[in-house]
Design a protein around this ligand. Structure first.
Ligand code: GLA
Length: 350
């Protein structure tokens, strides 16, 4: 069965109506807002058939506009950090708004997560979200025309395809900021979730979470998820990198690198519910974020407070600060080229 519905979710201060779209297929119920392209809920049954929402989020629009740490949102133009909000491209230095200590995070103060996207149904099982970001938007050069498809597969998998074109050289790094808890949002911590990552290296960070440039092996460190292990097993290890980020907030370099088609990146399994998720992507890296900044001040759809480690983000992307790191895979997009990125989240129960 497949259905696509639309309803009014709320109204912004400027009078703009925000809509919520619902898609259903293969046992997955997905709710998407045109505001921020936010995945508001992603509902799936557990091994006994009990349905839960696996994605942290709010029941109302005002929480999203005032308090959201990017719950479920589309992130652009540049997912993750650019050091000191500055980069040089073709000899011109661009200045971006700084919104994370000295850095620019997730596209700046007014990123794509705060825009109302144009949404249209696509193919019966999907939505296409479109956004035009004018030249100079949040300091970035070039007019960027972006399209993102959310598609539910027959098996209930969620596929996200990102495309963008520009009229001047620029940088792009789009991602989705879903906070996953396979036991259901509001059910507590994900410390018992078993995480596997096809990543033998990661990028250590400085005190502002900017990669130092070092490509470090995960072997012998808490960052080694090559054999799946509980997320919480090494979280209190005392490793200087974990202390620095208050947990995992690191860019894991996927062994496969950039690929034409989505290839295996991660598995996440919740032994309690039996829910299993696999992540495949075309991207060369994934930001592993263990919800370190959730401090109990936000309540989600279930009415329960979100605390540190209540979810895991697996943000497929290019590396942070790539515009300032010529040795990292390039995030430069030029006129005539099309930026493409795809990620598939597939689900099963065991
Ligand atoms: C990303 C960043 C984190 C944090 C979250 C949002 O995962 O890497 O440091 O900013 O987004 O709170």
């Amino acid at each position: 069965m497949s259905t696509t519905r639309r309803e009014v979710f709320g109204r912004l201060a400027d009078g703009t109506d925000v809509h919520r779209w619902t898609l259903e297929r293969g046992g997955t119920l997905l709710r998407v807002l045109d505001y921020g392209g936010i995945v508001q809920t992603l509902e799936r049954p557990d091994r006994t058939g009990h349905v839960a929402n696996l994605s942290l989020g709010f029941p109302d629009l005002v929480s999203y506009t005032t308090a959201s740490p990017y719950f479920g949102a589309l992130i652009g133009r540049y997912g993750n950090r650019i050091a000191e909000g500055r980069f040089t491209l073709d000899g011109t230095t661009y200045h971006l708004p700084v919104n994370d200590g000295p850095n620019s995070l997730h596209g700046g103060e007014d990123g794509f997560d705060k825009r109302v996207w144009d949404v249209r149904p696509n193919g019966g099982h999907g939505l296409t979200l479109a956004l035009t970001s004018p030249h100079g938007d949040q300091g970035y050069p070039g007019r960027l025309d972006v399209e993102v498809d959310y598609t539910l597969g027959e098996d209930g998998s969620l596929r996200i395809d990102y495309r963008a074109v520009t009229d001047a050289p620029t940088v792009v790094n789009l991602t989705s900021h879903i906070y996953f808890n396979l036991a259901g949002e509001g059910s507590g911590g994900v410390g018992d979730h078993r995480l596997g990552l096809a990543a033998a290296h990661y990028t250590p960070v400085d005190e502002h979470l900017i990669p130092t440039g070092e490509i470090a092996p995960v072997a012998g460190t808490p960052f080694d998820f090559r054999r799946a292990k509980p997320v919480g097993r090494d979280l209190r290890d005392g490793h200087p990198q974990l202390l620095r980020a208050q947990g995992y907030d690191h860019n894991m370099l996927l062994d496969k690198g950039v690929t034409e088609e989505p290839e295996h990146a991660a598995t996440l399994y919740d032994p309690g519910s039996g829910r299993l998720m696999t992540v495949a992507t075309t991207e060369p890296a994934l930001q592993l974020y263990s919800g370190n900044f959730l401090d109990g001040t936000l309540t989600g759809g279930s009415g329960r407070a979100y605390r540190q480690t209540d979810a895991l983000c697996l943000e497929t992307q290019h590396c942070p600060d790539s515009p300032n790191r010529p040795s990292f895979p390039s995030t430069v997009l030029r006129p005539g080229e099309t930026y493409r990125s795809s990620t598939v989240y597939a689900f099963a129960v065991r």
